[in-house]
Design a protein around this ligand. Sequence first.
Ligand code: TAP
Length: 485
Amino acid sequence: MQGELAAQTEWDYAPAPESREIVSIAPEYGLFIDGEFVPAADGRQFATLNPATEEPLAQVADAGEADVDRAVAAARTAYERVWGPMPGAERAKYLYRIARLLQERSREFAVLESLDNGKPIKESRDVDIPLAAAHFFYHAGWADKLEHAGFGPSPRPLGVAGQVIPWNFPLLMAAWKLAPALAAGNTCVLKPAETTPLTALLLAEVCQQAGLPPGVLNVTTGAGSAGAALVSHPGVDKIAFTGSTEVGKEIQRAVAGTGKRLTLELGGKAANIVFDDAPVEGAVEGIVNGIFFNQGHVCCAGSRLLVQESVADAVLGRLRDRLGTLRLGDPLDKNTDIGAINSRQQLDKIRALSDAGEAEGAERWSPPCQLPDRGYWFPPTLFTGVSQSHRIAQEEIFGPVLSVLTFRTPDEAVAKANNTPYGLSAGVWTEKGSRILWMAQRLRAGVVWANTYNRFDPTSPFGGYRESGFGREGGRHGLAAYLNA
Ligand code: TAP
């Protein structure tokens, strides 16, 4: 089943599948409201699929307005009676418990995430789940120190937070949203993405196991309409959204004038900029990690490579060689580098934008690659001859597709890097510290990585400018979004 990208070598990898047995998936899941799993009021359900095989994994309750209403009411009661008045040191104990349970059950979470999302097990095992636990540990530490966080002597929680998250890092995005909100004393209603509800529901089970009081966390699975019902619910004090710029704008319009607090973490079209003095091998690893990590389903993905003209041939030659070694296939195989595309809809979008790249005159290249017969797959793809006006240089593809542009001077690199509607992240590869600082001051991006890419840490604020949204998640800055200072 493992489709290998490289031309056949004289030796091959043996399959190294992670066992699926560690996780038991129920045939049906309810909504998590007021500490219990309950069916949707109208009994509706939807199927969540394994994108690597297109097989249904489970039926999941589809929340309607009445369910969202119940969830918000439960969150309000829990806020007023239990969680809001609870001393921070007591709230911290629950967050520490959740963090430890995430660690204890990490293998179960990793397998479930890879099954529901399609991402390689080595990524869910080594990145998503450990980082999710780290977010709970980090924010547990803040819960009893909020008055020392620089937000005045007695910062207060906002109340009920409505949180809508995407499918690319399902558990991790839930942790990014829930951990600071709960640490600050808010209660939450979480709306996971329709295609990846399962780890949020397992997290709800972990919260039950940790003894989290009923109503503090509620999970209303469902489609975009369940997200819209949460956003427009009058009982919600704060909306936190991660997802597409298009839906972010809709949410901003819905929230305007209501007094609800809002943070938006939207799309990106980041430049990964390689100067002629960068160590080529390191830069190539950073380029690969920047765009092929998580199949490119990453808002801060380095989806545009800006390479200095004098080293472009050398860097691209080495990059093509490296892409030939990537292994695409079964997400549960520990040797897999590139897993499945999360949904048919996303695959169609990647195909359409890649076709537009060719139609507009860019040159498309992929290593030899056999895609599995079933499931949603797209080979790692590189476009050269890209100009700034091409759609593949402007629009977020959200897939394993890299657009390559060149530059001659640092000024030109900055001008090209900033020439998109987005402003989420950027990467700079050079051996000169002064140039890193010079570039970082000029790049209009919330995060600038230097000689590395896609590094995340709960202590470090993350967020964008312009069409990438506003507000920060992580660190002290992220807490501010959940407090009335
Ligand atoms: P979105 O539609 O933005 O989905 C994100 C979340 O919002 C999901 O939970 C979604 O529910 C929900 N949602 C959809 N419509 C809503 C509405 N009107 N009000 C409130 N919530 C709503 O993203 P998508 O459709 O999954 O992907 C589309 C494109 O967005 C992708 O191709 C990619 O370019 C971009 N994207 C960016 C990010 C990040 S992290 N920047 C993440 C995901 C996608 P459903 O899952 O049920 O639709």
